[in-house]
Design a protein around this ligand. Structure first.
Ligand code: NDP
Length: 311
């Protein structure tokens, strides 16, 4: 068993930024990188909305730079996955996938969220080649093109509306005969001449030579199933995200989806000394720059907590 002053779990923009701030506060943070070192951004292409990079930067490169900065300031970054926790009392216990038991005075949870996919083999085949789960990240590449968004909730409607400002034509693929999104979002989508909603429709597969060129769809009608192909250049998933909070329950309070509940603008959880930053606690924005900002806040709160001046 090893004791750590400040343990950061997760290595996306929130985790790295927390680490950078924690190092500068002399907290000697230890970071557990998790399943996907660098987080969701490592799977996207060019990031054009992270300030400081006027030409844009590859998501993977941006995370590498953050990692180097965190490491050069003194973060002890470990290739390990937190698999279990006991946060019933301080010091808090965390177990990793290599059976190491750690105790920590304070913890910053920055484990992110994972976009849900339909589970089609073709989603993996064309990932980054026309398949994306983030319109804000990748929409720019579809200027003047035809795209499809899957989902009928607020995210799908928002993404379809956003993409309609760039793409020539947007299809919204909805499995039910209605949208689940809020009234205002529904009206925005249904009144947008560039968006065509395909109700009662599901995706069976994707096709294309090296890049998505279309989707195999099935429409469930009263007369039976109608299978057809739809030409598209981009396929966007917007069927929800799953926050990576499972191992912190039942200790840490979450909402019904699993997002960690924090106290207003402060990244405090219901457990003293346990903070949550980034997408795991953010059902609304889910942007790298927002996650980085919350990581900074979490480290500043951890510093105050460890010094006993957090009141
Ligand atoms: P939701 O869970 O609200 O919606 C998910 C959508 O994806 C539903 O239409 C669902 O269909 C569909 N879906 C799920 N699985 C599949 C599947 N396997 N195949 C096809 N379709 C599928 O997620 P959101 O991300 O849209 O929203 C999450 C929360 O965040 C909500 O509370 C939302 O209101 C909120 N939000 C608010 C915003 C705002 O206020 N501006 C913006 C974005 C999100 P079905 O209906 O059939 O289950």
């Amino acid at each position: 068993m090893q004791h750590i002053q400040l343990l950061i779990i997760g290595s996306g923009p929130a985790g790295y930024t927390a680490a950078i701030y924690a190092c500068r506060a002399n907290l000697h943070p230890v970071m557990l990188e998790g399943i996907q070192p660098g987080g969701q951004l490592t799977t996207t292409t060019t990031v054009e909305n992270y300030p400081g990079f006027p030409q844009g930067i590859e998501g993977f490169d941006l995370m590498e730079e953050m990692r180097k900065q965190a490491e050069s300031l003194g973060t002890d970054i470990r290739q390990a996955i937190a698999t279990r926790t006991d946060l019933s009392q301080a010091p808090y216990h965390v177990w990793t996938d290599d059976d190491t038991e750690l105790t920590a005075d304070a913890i910053i949870i920055a484990t992110g969220a994972t976009a849900k996919y339909l589970g089609l083999e073709d989603e993996k085949k064309y990932n980054g080649l026309g398949v994306s789960a983030c319109a804000t990240c990748d929409g720019f590449f579809y200027r003047g093109k035809t795209v499809a968004v899957v989902g009928g909730g607020d995210t799908a409607c928002e993404e379809a509306s956003y993409l309609s400002q760039l793409a020539e034509q947007v299809y919204l693929i909805v499995r039910k005969p209605f949208l689940r999104a809020s009234k205002v979002m529904q009206e925005r989508v249904l009144g947008n001449p560039k968006i065509k909603v395909l109700f009662q429709t599901e995706t069976e597969g994707l096709y294309g030579d090296g890049h998505v060129q279309g989707a195999h769809l099935v429409e469930h009608t009263a007369e039976g199933d109608k299978h057809y192909d739809l030409s598209i250049d981009g396929f966007f998933l917007a069927i929800g995200h799953k926050p990576n909070s499972d191992i912190f329950r039942p200790w840490v309070e979450t909402d019904e989806t699993g997002y960690i509940v924090t106290q207003g603008p402060r990244p405090l959880t219901n457990i003293p000394g346990v903070f949550a930053a980034g997408d795991v606690a953010d059902p609304l924005y889910r942007q790298a720059v927002v996650a980085a900002g919350s990581g900074a806040k979490a480290a500043m709160e951890a510093e105050k907590y460890l010094a006993g001046t957090n009141k």
